[in-house]
Design a protein around this ligand. Sequence first.
Ligand code: HEC
Length: 243
Amino acid sequence: MCRRHAAWCISILPVVSLLATTACEVGLPAGQEPHRQFNWTDMEDQPKIKPQRVDLFGTKPNGTIPTPAGAVATTEHPYRFQQDQAELAALAMTNPLPHSPEVIAKGKSVFENFCIVCHGPEAAGDGKVTKLFPKPPSLMRPKVREYTDGRIFHVPMRGQGSMPSYAKQLAPEELWSVVHYIRDMQSRLPVAPPDKRDLEAGAAAGAGEAGTGTGAGTSAGTGTGTGTTAGTGTAEAATGGIR
Ligand code: HEC
């Protein structure tokens, strides 16, 4: 037909191509280039792995490789003791940080930012919010002096009684440094009298144990000494404790 009507064919060709171009642009905002170019190497058409896509038929690699259940990042060291496992935590962990002036200074700064509001400047349990919040017992009591470093560390990691956990706000190193600062205060400040609950617990455990508690508390250095001795020789002492 084109041979017979060559002139007609040539004259209609620009109109057809114009129509085709306009049709492609339908639906696009004025002034924008159409997204799909007439180009076979367009990135949209290239074979590729899309993120978050799973290949149902197993013929192509998945965009996201599923992580096995229970997998954790290599930088994560989840704390493995539950709240009610304070006694296990007390024996399994030793303080990985040295009792150096720098660590104590770091612990002081953490204590003054996170603990002082309830525990007070000398950990006597007289922090500013205690008018509204349950008053914590003094950390200078014989009982806390006898705690191992791991036992003290466990309290802000998991929370205890009405004290919430600080594991989301503070890194383990920061909490270990606070433990050193509490030890430092215990070595400088007088021994606080036992709490009512300590006496009840002591009475339940037997007169012999209650006597030991009071005796240990009277010597200023005992707090640190007890912590170190209790941790030494446990299976995990060398690893620093946290997993
Ligand atoms: C919101 C108030 C509050 C803050 C903040 C707080 N505590 Fe406590 N803390 C308490 C209370 C209340 C208790 C008593 C909990 C119980 O055994 O019933 C307590 C108990 C403790 C104990 C255990 C004492 C014992 O006799 O067993 C330790 C150790 C301790 N806190 C350390 C810390 C450290 C370290 C920080 C900062 C990282 C901190 N606390 C921040 C309220 C607080």
